[in-house]
Design a protein around this ligand. Structure first.
Ligand code: PLP
Length: 387
């Protein structure tokens, strides 16, 4: 039995998503910008997908711009706002130390062009304190970008309070909601943000799809120049089948959230409790803070995370050592480092991220496997006594 516990890296597309994509591939080949029947059919289907995404976010469809994923949405928000506000003289951007690279690298690029960037630290649970943010934001700040849920530890930031801090100084607020959408209710109105990024493949939709929600009236410079698609905000013929799949994934997510039974959270808590009880030297990272229900990040004292990942993979269990983008390197996680964890702990941490296909039986199998797998690794690395 193969057990997939890496849903924060990506999710398998839902069956209905696969069908919707296949149907669109066959039937909706028209260009949505064409005025004839074929084009208008495609446009109507895209509009429906946009309405589904807007509904999931409690937003209006005209505020949703389709993109090619979370990375593009984040870049669009950060670069697009920076460029659009350049003329106002605001040349300062604020974010946190635990953001995804899509935000951090976009900020770095702007820093090289003369923008001032401040990264607000997080506490030991990975939370940004609104008071710390207040110290960082000034009248010069154009944009504050703080993620909703963290991909490595799952902690959920107090976005409404953080957005109020930004707005009090006249700055706009963007949140990367790539890891919260589909896992917890996300309503743009309640969050009080101006821009919000999502990614289809994190909630059972197709890869290479996403959206940036832009509050009506917020102006930003497009990343791509060309045609007038997406109300002049994202040029290029739309990836229609994939976006139809994104719409289907949004519909499914809205339905599942409305009938939420807490199953996934209960499974995650079960796994966590079993690990803490039966594997000595374990600690949950970010534990006491509010978290998305599918994620747990655990340190296994004295075990190299990469070795445990490989050992589990050999047993048929897929987990991660943190963000997928940095796996393959032994760089300690910038998120765990920012939380103040000692280096040895950052290098002995594993992320388990659950999804809709996981069963109690699977979780029990992993819980049963872990104590002996960890002990075996520990015995291999334990220094042997000199004769
Ligand atoms: N933001 C967060 C928090 C993520 O976890 C990811 C994906 O790992 C991204 C952005 C990038 O999304 P995508 O893979 O759709 O480009």
């Amino acid at each position: 039995m193969r057990i997939y516990l890496d849903h924060n890296a990506t999710t398998p597309p839902a069956e209905a998503v696969i069908e919707a994509v296949a149907h669109a591939q066959r039937e909706l080949f028209g260009n949505a910008s064409s005025v004839h029947h074929f084009g208008q059919r495609t446009k109507a289907a895209l509009d429906e997908a946009r309405a589904a995404v807007a509904h999931l976010l409690g937003a209006s469809p005209s505020e949703v711009v389709f993109t090619a994923g979370g990375t593009e949405s984040d870049n669009f928000a950060v670069r697009g706002i920076a460029e659009a506000t350049e003329a106002t003289g605001r040349r300062h951007l604020v974010s946190s130390t635990i953001e995804h690279e899509a935000v951090l690298q976009a900020l770095k690029a702007l820093e090289r062009r003369g923008w001032r960037v401040t990264l607000v630290p997080v506490d030991s649970c990975g939370l940004v304190d609104p008071e710390r943010l207040q110290q960082a934001v000034s009248d010069d700040t154009a944009l504050v970008s703080i993620m909703h849920a963290n991909n490595e530890i799952g902690t959920v930031q107090p976005i409404p309070a953080l957005a109020r801090v930004a707005h009090a100084r006249g700055a706009l607020f963007h949140t990367d909601a790539v890891q919260s959408v589909g896992k917890i209710p996300v309503a743009v109105g309640e969050l009080g943000v101006d821009l919000l990024s999502i990614s289809g493949h994190k909630f059972y939709g197709p890869k290479g799809t996403g959206a940036l929600w832009i509050r009506r009236g917020v102006r930003l410079t497009p990343l791509l120049a060309g045609g007038r698609q997406e109300r002049n905000r994202r040029a290029g013929t739309e990836n229609v089948p994939a976006l139809i799949g994104l719409g289907e994934a949004a519909r499914l997510a809205a339905h599942d959230l409305a009938s939420g039974d807490g199953r996934l959270g209960a499974l995650r808590d079960r796994l966590e409790a079993e690990i803490l009880a039966n594997v000595r030297g374990t600690q949950v990272n970010g534990g006491p803070a509010p978290r998305v229900p599918n994620t747990t990040n655990v340190s296994f004292e004295g075990v190299e995370a990469e070795s445990l990942l490989i050992a589990l993979d050999l047993e048929g269990v897929a987990v991660s050592t943190g963000s997928a983008c940095s796996s393959g390197t032994l760089e300690p996680s910038h998120v765990l480092k920012a939380m103040g964890l000692a280096t040895h702990r950052t290098q002995s941490s594993i992320r388990f991220s659950l999804g809709s296909g996981n069963t109690t039986e699977q979780i029990d199998r992993v819980a049963e496997l872990l104590p002996r797998t960890v002990e075996k690794l520990r015995s291999l690395t334990r220094p042997t006594a000199r004769a």
